[in-house]
Design a protein around this ligand. Sequence first.
Ligand SMILES: [Cu+2]
Length: 147
Amino acid sequence: MHFFRILPAVAVLLAMPALALDVSDGWMRAMPPGQPTAAAYLSIDNPSNSPVTLVAASSPLAGSVEIHESVQQDGMWRMRRLTELRIPAGDSAELGPGGIHLMLFRMKRGLSEGDRLPLTLEFDNGKTLQLDISVRAIGAASGHKHH
Ligand SMILES: [Cu+2]
């Protein structure tokens, strides 16, 4: 049975390079105290040769965090919850206003411009990423591009 006993170790080694992810441009708008919800934006690059799926997110400052998508329906903007966000190999996911975003519920306090929001992203391979996203002015528009 020696052959089978080495399999778990091999699986761990194969899974490790799968989190070659590059998360950048994380931001959200400042929020006045008493506002219970907010949206956070970021881009996730997956330069690896296997797909990666974002399955959960959390923040110590929010009661819960969901992956949302804004969709226009009969002239009205609505948000629907996504159970996961798949990032194909060699592709990227751009989260931004009017599209996919992370919805923060039951915020424990307001955030001002210049604050940072700690955020944890959880992926289907069991890996997690800890980020600190920046808080911009209340009226801040879409994320900037450096390319
Ligand atoms: Cu939302």
